[in-house]
Design a protein around this ligand. Structure first.
Ligand SMILES: C[S@@+](CC[C@H](N)C(=O)[O-])C[C@H]1O[C@@H](n2cnc3c(N)ncnc32)[C@H](O)[C@@H]1O
Length: 352
């Protein structure tokens, strides 16, 4: 199908604004849900509540609570002072019913829109979209007990190729910020298109790569590896990253856009599993987006977090949260190095 090898190159123009525009709908959905479905602003009124009290009043589990409140904090409508959640002046003036400049009913015009209703359902159930067998299965995630779109040829291809657009832009940047001159083999866990591995292989001619993913997804990785002329150095290994043994032959492991698909216990488990197969001196690379450590923004990441929340079992995390998991697994995290489209990489080293 593909005949000529080509090189992955960074884009001329930064596509980040397109991603921010695309994710903007989550601002409408979360704001309208808070105003018209959860009555969050009335609930807080002029009082302040601890996180657990507010979470209880909203009847939300931890993950939806964090997604909703992170976005509202990033929107400057909610603030946390000494552990107490309270409304900002902006929210008090405009989102408390009865105020002279109340705009809640205006925002409420979107209350019955399909996007808002869907967001409310996701927040209330804490379950990803399409997770029932009849709905085609959840996007991007596979684990035992969950119906997954990644197990079906057409949907796995569709979803994986959708991510190729972002990878084509970001992967060449990742390859340029990392120094893998001394590395032998990179294991790309949940590697999807394989484009991140392919960029690393093109940048480092001595390197080998293993892309570990579900069988239907690996078909696409093999096609791209052929197209980009690195199929002789890239192995596709099918498996379940939670249940199967991870290949132990790599000295670098990449988790690119993986942990944000999973809830906190699975993130800790996955980091631990990766760390356990790394040799001394090996590195675990977490390539992802990062919330601020206080989980109060920035807004583009808070909105992306909402997207991840609705589609998967994850959300966006902070660098601090990632560092905690790396340290718990015995790895030493370095500072975030930025790539593109809000992404960056944290290198966790296993000391020799
Ligand atoms: C959001 S995509 C990220 C793909 C790629 N790393 C990237 O950055 O574009 C998540 C990937 O993890 C894979 N995945 C999900 N659950 C998995 C599991 N239990 N075992 C192996 N791969 C899994 C999916 O098939 C998908 O390719």
């Amino acid at each position: 199908m593909f005949t000529t090898a080509s090189e992955l190159r960074p884009p001329n123009l930064d596509p980040t604004p397109l991603f921010e525009l695309f994710r903007g709908s989550y601002a409408t959905e979360l704001l309208t849900a808070a105003v018209a479905h959860f009555q969050l602003f009335e609930l807080l009124g002029n009082a302040s509540l601890t996180a657990s009290a507010l979470q209880q009043r909203l009847q939300l589990e931890r993950r939806p609570f964090l997604v909703l409140t992170t976005a509202l904090r990033a929107m400057q409508l909610l603030e946390v002072n000494e552990g107490q959640y309270q409304l900002t002046q902006l929210a008090r003036e405009h989102l408390l019913r009865g105020g002279a400049h109340y705009v809640g009913d205006y925002i409420g015009l979107a209350a019955a829109s399909p996007g808002v209703n869907e967001m409310v359902a996701r927040l209330r159930t804490n379950r990803p979209a399409n997770a029932a067998a009849d709905d085609g299965g959840a996007a991007f995630i596979y684990r035992e007990g969950l119906e997954s779109a990644m197990e079906r040829e057409a949907s796995a291809r569709h979803l994986t190729l959708a991510l190729a657009g972002r990878a084509h832009n970001v992967a060449p940047h990742l390859a340029r910020v990392l120094d893998l001159s001394k590395a032998r083999c990179v294991l790309d866990v949940g590697g999807g298109t394989g484009l991140y591995s392919i960029a690393l292989l093109q940048q480092n001619p001595h390197l080998q790569a293993i892309v570990f993913d579900r069988p239907e997804v690996l078909k696409i990785a093999a096609e791209f590896a052929t197209q980009y002329g690195v199929i002789d150095r890239l192995t596709c290994t099918p498996g379940d990253m939670f249940a199967d043994e991870l290949p132990a032959s790599a000295d670098v492991i990449l988790l690119s856009n993986i942990l944000h698909d999973w809830d906190e216990p699975q993130c800790a488990q996955l980091v631990e599993r990766c760390a356990s197969v790394l040799p001394a001196g090996g590195q675990l690379l977490i390539h992802d987006v990062f919330l601020n450590d206080d989980l109060a923004g920035p807004l583009p990441i808070a909105l992306y977090s909402a997207a991840l929340f609705t589609l998967t079992e994850g959300r966006a995390y902070s660098a601090d949260e990632y560092c905690q998991w790396l340290k718990a697994a015995g790895l030493h995290p370095a500072a975030v190095q930025h790539t593109l489209i809000h992404c960056g990489v944290i290198v966790g080293s296993k000391l020799a």
